[in-house]
Design a protein around this ligand. Sequence first.
Ligand code: ADP
Ligand code: MG
Length: 425
Amino acid sequence: MKKLGKYIGANIRDKVVIVRVDYNVPLKKEGAGLVIADDRRIRASLETIKELHDHNAKIILLSHVGRPNNKPEPDLSLQPMAQHLQTLLDFPVKFVAESIGEPVLKAVASLNPGEVLLLENLRFHEGEKQNDPHFAHLLASLGQIYINDAFSTAHRAHASTVGITQYLPSYAGKNLEKEVEALRKIKDEPDRPLVVVVGGAKISDKVDAIVNLSKVADVVLTGGGIANTFLKAQGLEIHQSYVQDAPADLKKKGIDYIHVAQDLLERTRTEHVWFKEYIPLPKILYPLDVIAAKSMDAPETQIIDLTHAMEDSHQDKSLMYLDIGPKTRQLYKEVLSMAKTIFWNGPMGVFEKPAFSAGTQAIAQAIASNSGTTILGGGDTMASIEGLDLEDKFSYISSAGGAALEFLAGKELPGLKPLIVQPEA
Ligand code: ADP
Ligand code: MG
């Protein structure tokens, strides 16, 4: 089996070490300045940084934030992240308002062993996203060792994730390693039953992961906008509900997500899972009932029982399905309670609106109370559990949306490839 290249103390002691972190964190205005709204990704980098510090290394941190247009944008500076990092460490954290050139060379030259230097947003230069070898070489020339601790950017071949590895011995950081291991276990050897819960809106990002996970999962529970696609694939009316269409290039090839869903339902039709020991459940489940309204802001909501919808000739065609209903919550909760491993990506409804948040909360609570391995991923999924006081109750919360989905889809991530070494024979 292939293994991630892990560094050991001897690799890093007294060295100048470049670490790719992901400080692309949400910011909020406070007074005249910007402060960090959620520092999870910064905290995730502390283990590697502290270990480097303990080995007397000089630590240079690289990151991007947001999508600047290849030029400096004051609102997308990494300076607030440096300030925040300083509050989490009891040794010096410095910041330099450039990522290449004279100011950086000076800052590195005056760095003492054990100190941290965060460089400015890499994406202020077009070389970063273009994976430009010259830009990558300039970054690499600042240090002796490269560590990638930003799994969330591993699905992109950029100068700081791929190009730089051409020039330096390259290793996996602690956070990256943990994240890969948690996801690999789900994909390759989950404790069974494995229940995958998918919801949210962006089926385009998730479809490959859903297809791949439906091969390993014992049950797939669908909710949110994604479930609408499955309902439609089953021939049920979804009226004004949200469904995401396939992009034009896929459509040209005759692919649309309704077909993908039909295909999946067809392929797994004979794969039953024994629920409560005597009821055969299909592998892919979609809602039995939904909370519907005329719009997301409509004051009135109603429960639609989909198991009878086909026979109902008076359906209100102006409705949108905005959350999973009470029967579905109950069924999903019971399925989740028998799981040994759960992977959850995507809210079950429009959780941002209190009228449509109960389904997501019920599922979050059911997953949190499961004593097996429970992994949650996705930006909105993370946001949906805020304030529920459940964070500590999951085995792992992955902040790598796209990278995690591509990994679970079975794709090779360009940022991981250069860190992977064959074990010695
Ligand atoms: P994540 O970021 O966790 O991967 P997505 O970005 O795919 O999740 O989807 C999150 C969004 O999906 C939320 O803004 C939520 O309001 C929306 N959503 C969930 N259910 C529905 C629904 N039934 N109809 C429309 N939008 C929905
Ligand atoms: Mg999202």
